[in-house]
Design a protein around this ligand. Structure first.
Ligand code: IYR
Length: 227
């Protein structure tokens, strides 16, 4: 039986965690950091199928992310239907073509040179699943009245971080793709007016020949200040 304590009339459950001796904690934190560092954003996907239940588990893990006032302001739309993937690719490439051929300033395109991205997005049809994360800037109650969400950007960012970690943990790869603008996704997926596309994340096995840019991560001293 769950042990419930009411605080100002609201139910609380007791929470505790396994803790580790200092040496073990050191080893766990170091090996987790090392393992996270093996994650790479990939653009070369295999079309090898993935069980739907794996994607369900990955999304369940993502949805454990913290969110403003616990409103969980996200919907994960999963596309495996080849026709819909084709439509998404066509619309994304249309926008990206415009971006790469005019909308993006030269400095931005120069910054992207080491990644060798371009307007072509074959991966949108090759990856077995596209997960499109929608952000709810407000929600609707049972009667269709608007209700608030809070820190929806931060919340969705956290959920996407968890999603990427879960994908990595499953031995799969992902790409955090941001076709811009991405309103076409609302239309293709027939999303309600309170949902805005946040990230488009193809998920799959890495292709046998998967090449990623030889980039380096910033060192600890470059990303932290200690007081
Ligand atoms: N959305 C474009 C451009 C792009 C922008 C950034 I910032 C990247 O890190 C990578 C790509 C595209 O998807 O190609």
């Amino acid at each position: 039986m769950k042990n419930i304590k009411l605080i100002n009339g609201f139910p609380f459950v007791q929470y505790s965690r396994d803790t580790y001796l200092a040496d073990e904690m050191l080893e766990r934190s170091a090996s987790f950091s090392k393992w996270m560092d093996t994650r790479r954003t990939c653009r070369d996907f295999s079309d090898k199928p993935i069980p739907k239940s794996v994607i369900e588990n990955i999304i369940s893990a993502a949805s454990t992310a913290p969110s403003g006032a616990h409103k969980q302001p996200w919907t994960f739309c999963v596309v495996s239907n080849p026709e819909i993937k084709k439509q998404i690719r066509a619309e994304a490439e249309k926008e990206e073509f415009e971006s790469y051929n005019g909308r993006m300033p030269e400095a931005w395109k120069k910054d992207l040179l080491p990644l060798q991205t371009d307007w072509k997005k074959e991966f949108l049809e090759i990856a077995p699943y596209l997960i499109i994360v929608f952000k709810k800037s407000y929600d609707l109650d049972g009667e269709g009245n608007k209700t608030n969400t809070y820190y929806a950007n931060e919340s969705c960012g956290l959920a996407c971080g968890f999603l990427l970690a879960a994908i990595h943990h499953a031995g799969l790869v992902a790409l955090t793709h941001t076709p811009s603008p991405m309103n076409f996704l609302c239309k293709i997926l027939d999303r309600p007016a309170n949902e805005k596309p946040f990230l488009l994340i193809p998920v799959g096995y890495a292709a046998d020949a998967c090449w990623v840019p030889d980039i380096q991560r910033k060192k600890l001293h470059e990303v932290s200040s200690w007081y």
